[in-house]
Design a binder for this molecule. Structure first.
Ligand code: GLC
Length: 752
């Protein structure tokens, strides 16, 4: 039967005079269109909207059993599919959309989802790297670039931003988030939502965003992916929730729930999370998609006895769409007929899904994202290259620079470049790059070539010995020392050595937890052997997680944290090494001295025995310091900044004004991230020894000063108590304003 498109619907109902959705001007509202369409749908078609399939291409999760996959195409024609993920390219999306729009009874367009985590083809730094820029404008622009390219390939929904707070470098997905702080994580999450969704969701270069993974995924025990999460109320309300609530307040259109159990209940089946908090307390109007197969995984969690019960539990708990469990498409209609899931709940889920499809303009033009000419014109566009280069430079963190070894002189001669990662054009792209092409990053070697031809390159031993793919384990090279001797020889006869060491691009990401967070393979040996013959070393780190590098910190004069910086990696690194860009990045996740310190984070509680004592009865390790190697908020510059004239003015019990003066006391211009930390010294729920409650990134020329002003309101002064109530309590507050979480001017104030 020829489908009725939205215009026909409008005519049909206008004639019938029943136009419940008309606004005061008689125009059709989205709510009206949703209601009229819903009234047309059979129960199976409603359930179909709640069903998401993988698009027969790369599986970003355990590939489904063949049996289920074979029905997919039939289900498209029956209107039993609401969304498809991992369909690559405008033409492929068009083909699949055409089947549904032209051949299913109601022709309800599909929404196409994809993990556009840090870019589509032109890649920005991994999010943990980008977060280190503390530049919300650059981060929003980066997400905008990603959305422009992704929508050009037919996508209208990204499974980003990942806003999981993470404190454990063993967990491979720390690369995907913004680090350990909820205040900064919330600001960055909002910037990314705005970048993806833009101002007009119906435009063909904006896409729905997805705050994930709700909730607590970053607290997987021992940093082991998918592992148990068991946290207290205070951590849940004051650390885990805030970035999600901020994303909801910013209008994020979807939320993805998480694989893990949270305090004994799988998030996918957790009514408290999805209905009481997300849709209830926070008033979330979008829809919740499960993570890959997480509905079905409730069986293995020991929460559902079989797939049918899993479908019942997930639907009743508020999971609106089932990604690749086949649970809803198989059992939900039956469960409604049995009265185990009310049709009202199904209608609510379907309304949420249809509303987004109308907002995206998919009913006006289901093919608006399928323009192959636009795709050709926009992918790898030079404006995008400029945008990702800008944010990449800003993401680099200068960790050490003894005797100002950096920046390199432009006429520096006789440089040795060493390390397999230095010529690697794929690893800098990082993990979670499901659509980018291998070998498209500017390598460090290529970046340096733009500055000098007076350097020689020695690769050293290879990094991995296994085939590399998103879903298979990596094997480090631990035995093949080919290249080691040449590298050492080159270092011996060179004036200065730039070593690029760290992690292969797929050594972090999903399913990539490590119990050792040192330099993998033979890299530490290579570093120490080179150091024996030449101590003039600049170490450039290329990694997706904090690494424990005590030896390097003690011996190597200059260390630059360059993450996996994306497509323009080599150019960004070269511009920093040669001083054309003064590094301004600050860490958003603590770097441990030893993996045994994990989880380690700056916003920890005091304990009752924080003070160093001669005997053993205080909170410490007998074999390692409590402190990180590099703390949250830390990052050096080629210039220096001085803080003075701190003023704290308590305007009322709900407003405190803080002023500080910052001066560039060095020889070159630079940016400084001025950070404000608070400590509520005595509260009804103990508060961290310090919490970031404000920051501003400023630019200063040499000798220039600027007064920075912070205004603290209830939002910054308060916290959630054990009942989940937000409270501001009287008492003394310590305050610090400075260049990192461990260095600044101290002040105090009292709330009466
Ligand atoms: C993965 C991830 C999730 C991603 C989804 C779709 O397993 O956990 O972040 O968006 O599946 O690829």
């Amino acid at each position: 039967m020829k489908r009725l498109n939205s215009l026909a619907f409008a005519l049909l109902f206008a004639l019938a005079g029943c136009n419940p959705g008309a606004n005061d001007k008689g125009n059709d509202t989205i709510e009206g269109k949703v209601e009229r369409l819903l009234a047309q749908m059979t129960l199976e078609e409603k359930v179909g909207q709640m069903n998401q399939y993988n698009g027969f291409y790369d599986a970003t999760g355990p590939a489904p059993s063949e049996g289920d996959a074979k029905n997919k195409y039939e289900h498209l024609k029956k209107g039993w599919v609401g969304s498809v993920l991992n369909v690559k390219g405008a033409q492929e999306v068009f083909e699949m959309q055409r089947v549904v729009v032209e051949e299913s009874r109601l022709g309800i367009p599909l929404i196409f989802g994809l993990d556009v985590i840090h870019g589509q083809k032109t890649l920005a730094p991994i999010p943990l790297g980008e977060a280190a820029s503390w530049d919300l404008e650059a981060i929003e622009k980066s997400a905008r670039i990603a959305a422009i390219e992704a929508t050009a390939t037919g996508q209208n929904w990204t499974f980003a931003p990942m806003v999981d707070i993470s404190r454990d470098a063993r967990w491979g997905r720390v690369m995907e988030g913004a680090g350990e702080d909820p205040y900064l994580g919330a600001k960055i999450g909002v910037a990314r939502v705005k970048g993806f969704q833009g101002d007009d969701l119906s435009a063909n270069n904006t896409m729905a965003a997805c705050a994930k993974h709700f909730a607590g995924y970053g607290f997987a025990e021992a940093g082991r992916d998918y592992n148990t999460v068991d946290v207290g109320t205070s951590t849940l309300y004051n650390v885990i929730f805030p970035p999600f609530e901020a994303a909801v307040s910013a209008g994020v259109k979807t939320v993805m729930n998480s694989f893990n159990i949270l305090n004994g209940i799988p998030a996918t089946g957790d009514r408290f999370l999805q209905r009481e908090i997300l849709k209830g307390k926070w008033g979330f109007q979008g829809f919740v998609v499960s993570d890959w197969g997480s509905v079905g995984e409730m069986i293995k969690h020991g929460y559902a006895k079989d797939l049918k019960e899993a479908a019942e539990l997930a639907a009743n708990a508020g999971s609106d769409m089932d990604m690749e469990s086949y649970a809803y498409v198989k059992y939900l209609a039956e469960l409604v007929r049995e009265g185990k899931v009310s049709e009202e709940l199904v209608d609510d889920a379907v309304r949420r899904i249809l509303r987004l499809k109308f907002e995206l303009g998919l009913f006006d033009d289901p093919y608006r994202y399928c323009n192959t000419e636009r795709e050709k014109e926009l992918l790898y566009h030079e404006d995008h290259m400029k945008g990702v280069l800008d944010v990449a430079k800003k993401s680099i963190v200068l960790l050490k620079n003894e005797n100002n070894l950096l920046p390199l002189a432009k006429n520096q001669k006789n440089i040795a470049l060493i390390g397999a990662l230095a010529s690697d054009k794929t690893s800098p792209l990082g993990s979670w790059r499901v659509s980018s092409d291998d070998n498209t990053a500017v390598s460090v070697l290529e970046g340096l070539e733009a500055y000098s031809n007076d350097f020689k390159y020695a690769k050293g031993p290879k990094l991995v010995t296994s085939e590399v793919a998103f879903h298979i384990p990596l094997t480090f090279n631990m035995t093949d020392r080919s290249g080691m001797k040449e590298a050492i020889e080159l270092a011996k006869r060179s004036d200065i050595v730039v070593m690029v060491l760290g992690e292969h691009g797929l050594l972090s990401g999903e399913g990539r937890s490590r119990v050792n967070i040192d330099l993998p393979g033979l890299q530490q040996e290579l570093l120490e052997e080179v150091y024996k013959v030449n101590r003039n070393i600049v170490l450039v780190l290329m990694n997706g997680r904090p690494l424990a590098l005590p030896w390097a910190d003690q011996h190597i004069p200059a260390i630059v944290e360059a993450w996996h910086l994306g497509t323009q990696s080599g150019n960004a690194i070269a511009q920093v090494l040669y001083g054309d860009y003064n590094p301004s990045g600050k860490l958003t996740m603590s770097f441990p001295r030893h993996v045994g310190q994990c989880p380690i984070y700056y916003n920890h509680y005091s304990t009752g025995r924080p003070d160093v004592k001669p005997e053993v009865f205080w909170s410490h390790y007998s074999d390692e310091s409590n402190d990180p190697l590099y703390p949250f908020g830390y990052g050096l510059s080629y210039t220096t900044f001085e803080y003075d004239a701190l003023q704290v003015n308590v305007k009322s019990n709900e407003m405190v004004e803080v002023l500080v003066n910052v001066t560039n006391t060095g020889q070159v211009e630079g940016e400084e991230v001025v950070q404000l930390y608070l400590h509520d010294k005595a509260a009804s729920v103990v508060r961290p020894v310090k919490e970031l409650k404000g920051f501003e990134k400023i630019f200063l020329k040499p000798a220039e000063s600027k007064q920075v002003k912070f205004t603290l309101t209830n939002k910054e002064l308060g916290f959630f108590n054990h009942k989940g109530e937000f409270v501001v309590e009287p008492g003394m507050f310590d305050l610090m304003v400075g260049t990192s979480s461990v260095e600044g001017l101290n002040g105090q104030f009292e709330l009466k």
